[in-house]
Ligand binder design. Structure first.
Ligand SMILES: C[S@@+](CC[C@H](N)C(=O)[O-])C[C@H]1O[C@@H](n2cnc3c(N)ncnc32)[C@H](O)[C@@H]1O
Length: 321
């Protein structure tokens, strides 16, 4: 493969932004670090491994929904599409769309994990030599000005798979949908993967795999912080815990301190006593009516919903009005 090209837009958060996020999270009570901190190169690779695990039903279920319904999805997208993907990762699911859509004016993958994004770009350019790939490395929770020039006959379609929307607490998920609405404009569409409320045993298995890949992914947040901030937090003094909170309909993932931790970030000293937990991720699960209500509040109409036979996961086509 040739050298990856440059990014279309490089807004990769610098160490100062990472430090601010870590300091803000560690001064909360209880402590909470944002899931974006999972994703350096190793974090993205671990996530890709999670996607292949037997226990982790979301990836294979969503991919099968996409594949089984690709003709209807393609028809909804229309004859000429500008495709913007949030949290694109390896862009694996996107390939179903890229193979099927008659014309893609440009594909704009947005992701915080820079090296992984560039590798995905290189792979896609190899697979789809005529495709215009314009990668944006950014924190999608920030306002990103894409400065798009769209021809009037082009349909702007945002793609947000993986149920990554579930990482936001519901009021922030609403705000995020509103920002997507603003980016794609009235008439634009959003193809979004939304994980559904289900049997707690299926959920807890998915986030506590037997090979310990999810545990390594969770702990990688500490390694990532150490690399970015030059800290020396002892990752082996934490252990992974994930549980389903059936009142809030969400998986909660924690790093539990198994030792006393003392470290400094800048001029601030931190103490995390043994037994204290840091919340690292929420993964909210929705019912179809609850998600529809939120989408409508954000200014979307739900045009079509596809699910699997067991109603584990949904893929939804929304249009901004
Ligand atoms: C759960 S993975 C989903 C990956 C892929 N879309 C899929 O469906 O398999 C979340 C993706 O979003 C990216 N991501 C997480 N937080 C982000 C943020 N705040 N800004 C931009 N990208 C983010 C991660 O790097 C990762 O690639």
């Amino acid at each position: 493969m040739s050298e990856p090209k440059k990014l279309f837009l490089d807004l990769h958060p610098d160490s100062e932004a990472v430090q601010e996020a870590v300091e803000a999270g560690l001064s909360r009570s209880p402590k909470q670090l944002p899931p974006k901190l999972f994703y350096d190169k190793r974090g993205s690779e671990l996530f890709d491994q999670i996607c292949t695990l037997e226990e982790y039903y979301p990836t294979r279920t969503e991919s099968a929904i996409l594949e089984d319904n690709i003709d209807e999805i393609t028809e909804r997208c229309g004859s000429s599409v500008l495709l913007i993907e949030y949290g694109s990762g390896s862009s694996n699911k996107t390939q179903f769309l890229l193979h099927s859509l008659p014309k893609v004016e440009a594909y704009i993958p947005i992701d915080i994990s820079k090296g992984h994004l560039l590798e995905a770009q290189q792979r896609l350019e190899h697979l789809f030599p005529d495709l215009n790939v314009l990668p944006v490395c950014a924190d999608y929770a920030q306002h990103i000005k894409l400065g798009l020039n769209r021809s009037p006959e082009t349909h702007t379609v945002a793609f947000f798979p993986g149920s990554t929307i579930g990482n936001f607490e519901p009021e922030h998920a609403l705000g995020f949908l509103e920002r997507i609405h603003e980016t794609i404009g009235i008439g634009g569409s959003l193809l979004i993967g939304v994980d559904l409320v289900k049997d707690i045993r299926i959920l807890e298995r998915a986030y506590n795999d037997s090979m310990g890949v999810t545990a390594a992914f969770n702990l990688n947040m500490i390694h990532h912080i150490n690399t970015r901030l030059g800290t020396n937090i002892n990752a082996s003094g934490f252990c992974h815990r994930a549980l389903y909170n059936s009142i809030e309909n969400r998986i909660e993932m924690y790093l539990d301190a198994t030792l006393d931790h003392q470290f400094s970030i800048g001029d601030t000293a931190y103490h995390i006593p043994r037994g204290e937990s840091i919340l690292t991720e929420y993964s909210h699960k929705y019912t179809l009516p609850a998600f529809e209500k939120m989408a409508e509040r954000a200014g979307f109409r739900v045009d079509q919903v596809w699910t699997d036979r067991d109603n584990l996961f949904s893929l939804q086509f929304l249009t901004a009005h």
